[in-house]
Structures are given as C-alpha cells and as structure tokens.
Design a protein around this ligand. Structure first.
Ligand SMILES: Cc1cc2nc3c(=O)[nH]c(=O)nc-3n(C[C@H](O)[C@H](O)[C@H](O)COP(=O)(O)OP(=O)(O)OC[C@H]3O[C@@H](n4cnc5c(N)ncnc54)[C@H](O)[C@@H]3O)c2cc1C
Length: 629
C-alpha cells in the first residue's frame, strides 16, 4: 500500500498542532486533517482564556506564593479522587503531568515565546480539608494574549514545517472511519465537505462534496471532546448526578461533536471514564453569540451570594469558584437547574471575569493600558462585563432589593423566589460584615482570600454590606449549566498509544488532547484544578507526536525522490531513516531526526483518492452517524 505521509493527525486544535510540530521536528511528514475550514485552525484553544497550571513558577513566587510538587500532587490526587480499575493510566498521566507542570513546562513554553500575566489566579479553592478537592494556592496563569497567544507558537511551528514541505493541510476533510490492515491502523477515510467561508467559530456546513482516503503508518486522533453534542453529554451523564439537565447552554463551538470517539472505538480503541465531564454552573447566555447556544462562563471571585432557584443559599463550601462539580451535584439534587448570584456593582467590578479570548480583548490584544484600567477603574467593570450587564438576558439590575427580586422572578418561567427569604439572608450576611471574625464561612473565606496579594489587588472586593447604597446598584445573575470539557476518553499509555480492550496498544493508533481525556483516558479523574486542559493538550500532543515519530518506518529504497504535489516542498536531500523502536516519550528532550526523512512513499496518489462522489460519501457518513446513536 502506498503511504501518503508518515502520519495523519485528525484534528487541528492545540493537541493536533503540538503533535504535528513534534512529528515534523523529527523530520516526519504529516497530513493534518480537520473538518473545519482553515480559519478555525487552533480549535477551542483559540477561544480559551489561556489559563495555565504551573507549580512553583516565578509569577507565584513574585506574588508571595509558596508552592511545591508535593503540594500540587496532594491537591491533584485529592481532586481527581481516582477510584476505578481503569484509572491505572490516568493516574500515571496525572503524576507525569504534575511533574511536567512543576518542571519543564514553563521553560519550554517560555522558550516558544509565551508569557503570562504576573498576577496568578486562584481557581477551584476547594474547602473540604487538606486532602480534599481544590488548589491550596493560586496556580492559574493567564497567558499574555489569552487563547490566541497559546495557539500562536504551535501554529507557527506547523506553518514553518508546511513551508519546508513536511505538512499538508486537509481542511474540510471529515474523518468517518479509521482504516486498518492486518490488525494495524493504516489510515483514515471520510467525506470532503464543501468549502466554507464562515467566520472562525461559527458552525460550518456539513454538505458533502466528495470523499477521501489517506494512508500512513501512524494515525493520531486529536479531535476534542463532546461538549457541543448535548445528546452525547446526556447519554453519558454520570448516574451519581441524577438525571441529566433538560436545559444546557454550550461553552464550545459546534465542531466539538465527539464523533471521533465512536469512530476510534470502532477501530478497536478502549474508551474509559465516559461519565466524567467538566461542566460549569456559572453559565450565562451570550448576548452576542458566535456558535449555537453560545454560553459564557463567569470566573467568579468569592463574594457573591449564591442562591438556588427557590432562594436557598448554597451550602458551605459551595461559594463562587470553590468546587465546580460539587456545586453541579448539589444543584442537580435541588430539582431545578438554574441558580442565582446576588451581588452589587462593587463586587462585579472587582470579581467578575468572563472566560474566553473574545471576552478579554485587552489581554488578547496585549493592550497594557486597558489591562491597567481593570485595576484602577473606580466604578466600571471591564467593558465586556458591563455589556453583559446591559444586554444579557440573565442580568437584573436595581437599586432596591424588592425590585431586584421582582425582576428575578420576571425572567424565569415560574416565579419561585420569596422576597422575605432573600431579604432575611442578605440582611443577616450584612450583619456578619461588621466584625473582622464571623460564623458565616463565606465571609471567613473572603477574608482568607484577601490575605493573598493577587486577590486583594484584583479579584476580591473588600468586605462591605451588600445593601450599602454606595456600593450599588444591586445585581442578580441567573446562572445556567454550561457544557465544556470531557474528562474521560480514549485510553492511552504514556506514549499516547491507544490501548484496546485487551490493554495492549492498537498498532499505529495514537491519541492526545481532550479526546484522550488529556492523557490516559482521563488524567483529571473526577474534577480539575483548572488551567490544566490546554497544558494537557500540549503535553499529550507532544508525547503522541514524539512516539509516532519514533515509530519504525517500513523499508524504503534509499535516495528516493518524492513525486506529485503531496509533499513537493524543499526537503533536504540525502536524509537517513530513523528507525527507533517505540518508547515512552514523556522525556524532556525533543526528538530530532538525524535529517528530515524523504519518503519514497509520498505520492500524488493521495490526491487521486479524493474522488468526487457525494453519494458514496454521504452514505458512509450516514452509516457512521448511525453507529453513534
Ligand atoms: C471558551 C473556552 C475557554 C477555555 N479556557 C481554558 C483555559 O483557560 N485553560 C484551559 O486549560 N483550558 C481552557 N479551555 C479548554 C481547552 O481550550 C480545550 O480543552 C482544548 O483546547 C481542546 O483542544 P483539542 O486539541 O483536544 O481539541 P479541539 O480544540 O476541540 O480540536 C479538535 C479539532 O478536531 C477536529 N475534528 C473533530 N472531529 C473530526 C473529524 N471527524 N474529522 C476531522 N476533524 C475533526 C475539530 O474540527 C477541531 O478542529 C477553554 C475552552 C473554551 C471553549
């Protein structure tokens, strides 16, 4: 069989870019396949906030934070709560990842040109005790340039490799099947989708214009999770959380459809921890949506009062930003799916951040002046937050508590809130502010947060009465369940080789990023410490790229020349083959080829198999979709 490249990478998100960059650094040729058009290169990572989990970083030390690998591992294990037989590889990935985040991660990314905002954020604060869930210290490092700043260095490496003739992009190619011969994965086939000019992030058409088939000795699946596919989210909803929500908003673009999970399973992959997911409870409808059902997550500071749909305050320690999944579990037990933040202008100004690159234009465009205004503005929240306050359907603003509650009741199908109950809670909470000590654990937590310089500066308002007229107006925000991340996935070993049901690698098949549960089939276990997803994509993508690059090549004649257009680039001549066996590739040294590999197997044949036969393609697409149902 003629090979079209050394490797096929399915998915041009962050994990796929990281894998492709490693493969091409080793001189390997890659076809990078994506169902979306070129303008969506980078996938979800482009839209991300760019928050990264580092341990004992210079930024942390500058903020007076003492962190260590031991503390981070304690936090990770308390958060993951691994308790299943299939957690063998996820646990090993978790250990390797904490080690990476404590060691070479920052230096590696710094070397690629990335930089971080010096004030470190404190996500998932826990609240259950030292061995329970949560970050003991702040570890969320926002990338200067947010998501696009994370994609940039990897895209640059891949485009440079494309200029050298090592990468061929196959946009609008949707993989419907992983092919194999003699038990070894040898390629992919699928539908060529009609060209699309849609803006980045908007849903592109699924009109089929032809079909294709590519062959290579390694297939790397980096196709993302299931967050935009509510049917799959509901189908895999964890039993421990009761019935799946009837209503959810969507935190990811439509391409996060989860189809490749079933396609990989069909090719022999083992899919584990499918009931582990990471959805947010502070979702608001985007008044200016990009993708269908587009929701935005509020990254909250700790001061807002949090009520369930009928006006009960959420129990300790379910304060804003403390325990995402614990809060979700609690909400699902209440019998209603939405909850409320009640706060005021002073709190929103200081404590509301919105997740997403487009919601943080100052950081995304590296605009120092506007960033500085976040800290210095006397009354206004950042522009995008004020825009939500003005246009968002989930926001109610009033100077009067009774009117606020009337407004809250007016935007739900049935009025469920009793003013007297809300007033009683708010007045009681305000009485607790008078003393520097308190029995209200949220007040204690707020004061604890302000011991941290970063929170005091930017993220936690000075304790004050909610009903203080000088801190108004009052604001209520209806919070919805927002789908986002897939924590389970394709089971992989430390070389990112996909394992089959028998625990042995499926020859030729690799996986990385969200589709692989960010490594192992779920390195987060049940919960996340946050900022761990982008890093998980880069780490597992790199491992997959290195392992696939180290795969033995089939024997080929020396001094062969490439033919056709597939890789007509400026490959250096006289290359010698690398023929290492596969090995664990979490090592810190980049795999570099002796010289770029000039494959005799590159052939314009790949172009020839791109036949225009819509009927056949759509028949297959229908068949695959059927198998997912
Ligand atoms: C708004 C937002 C904010 C976020 N903020 C953070 C943050 O601050 N920190 C953090 O760590 N994480 C964050 N994340 C999560 C993180 O961005 C994602 O988990 C990560 O980018 C996933 O990358 P991936 O490469 O695995 O998948 P994706 O980015 O989903 O890329 C997968 C690609 O595969 C393609 N594909 C899928 N199926 C097929 C097929 N059958 N054929 C061909 N192509 C296919 C898709 O079109 C897509 O381009 C955020 C995510 C969002 C959406």
């Amino acid at each position: 069989m003629k090979l079209d490249a050394d490797a096929i990478v399915v998915g041009a998100g962050l994990a796929g870019l990281a894998a492709t960059a490693e493969l091409t650094d080793a001189g390997r040729t890659v076809i990078l396949v994506d169902q979306e058009p070129e303008q969506s290169l980078g996938g979800q990572a482009f839209w991300s906030f760019g928050g990264l989990f580092f341990v004992d970083s210079p930024e942390q030390r500058l903020m007076g934070i003492h962190d260590s690998t031991e503390l981070a591992l304690q936090d990770w294990m308390g958060t993951a709560a691994f308790d299943r037989e299939e957690d063998k590889w996820p646990r090993r990935w978790a250990e390797a990842y904490v080690d990476f985040a404590s060691g070479e991660k920052r230096e590696w990314l710094h070397g690629l040109g990335m930089r971080w905002v010096p004030i470190v954020g404190w996500a998932e604060r826990g609240g259950y005790g030292a061995i329970g869930h949560g970050n003991s210290v702040p570890r969320f490092h926002v990338t200067w340039g947010t998501g696009p700043g994370v994609v940039e260095p990897f895209e640059r490496r891949v485009r440079e490799a494309a200029d050298r003739g090592l990468v061929r992009f196959a946009f609008r190619h949707r993989v419907d099947e992983i092919t194999a011969s003699g038990g070894t994965v040898d390629g992919v086939r699928g539908a060529i989708l009609a060209p699309s000019e849609v803006e980045r992030g908007r849903p592109s058409s699924r009109d089929v214009a032809g079909d294709f088939e590519f062959h290579a000795q390694a297939v790397l699946v980096t196709s993302g999770g299931i967050g935009a596919n509510h049917d799959l989210v509901r189908k895999n909803w964890p039993e421990r959380m009761g019935k799946p929500p009837k209503y959810m908003i969507t935190g990811v673009p439509a391409h996060v459809d989860g189809r490749m999970l079933a396609i990989a399973e069909h090719a022999g992959a083992s899919l584990i921890n499918r009931d582990r997911m990471w959805h947010y409870v502070e979702g608001i409808h985007n008044w200016n949506p990009i993708w269908p059902g587009h929701g935005i997550r509020i990254l909250p500071g700790p001061s807002s009062m949090w009520f369930d749909a009928v006006g009960n305050r959420l129990p300790v320690p379910l304060f804003p930003g403390f325990d995402t999944l614990g809060t979700l579990e609690h909400i699902m037990r209440t019998g209603h799916e939405h909850t409320w933040f009640v706060l005021n202008q002073r709190i929103i100004k200081r404590e509301f951040a919105l997740s997403g690159s487009e919601q943080n234009p100052d950081l995304t465009h590296r605009d120092l002046r506007t960033v500085a205004a976040r800290a210095t503005s006397r009354s206004q929240a950042p522009g995008p937050v004020e825009a939500f306050k003005q246009h968002g359907v989930d926001f109610v603003v009033s100077r009067d508590l009774a009117e606020l509650v009337r407004g809250m009741n007016a935007i739900t199908e049935t009025p469920m809130l009793d003013f007297a109950q809300i007033e009683r809670e708010v007045l009681a909470r305000d009485r607790e502010v008078e003393n520097p000590y308190s029995k209200d654990m949220q007040m204690v937590a707020v004061r604890g947060a302000r011991l941290y310089r970063g929170d005091r500066l930017l993220r936690t308002a000075k304790p004050h009465r909610l009903l203080d007229p000088g801190a108004g107006p009052l604001i209520a925000v209806r919070l919805n369940i927002l789908t986002r991340k897939t924590l389970g996935g394709l089971e992989t070993d430390l070389s990112a080789r996909v394992l089959g049901a028998n625990g042995e690698p499926v020859p030729g098949l690799y996986a990385a990023g969200e589709v692989a549960g960010f490594g192992g089939g779920g390195m987060h276990g049940y919960r996340s410490l946050e900022g761990t997803f982008l890093g998980g994509c880069m780490f597992s993508g790199r491992a997959a790229g290195r392992a696939a690059a180290a795969r033995k090549r089939p024997r080929v004649p020396e001094r062969a020349e490439p033919r056709g257009k597939a890789f007509d680039g400026r490959l250096r001549k006289g290359s010698r083959r690398r023929a290492e066996g596969e090995e664990a590739t979490l090592s810190t040294k980049p795999v570099t080829a002796d010289r770029p590999y000039l494959s005799a197997l590159h052939d314009s044949g790949s172009a020839a198999v791109m036949r225009a036969s819509p009927a056949g393609a759509s028949a297959r697409a229908t068949q695959t979709a059927g198998s997912l149902a």
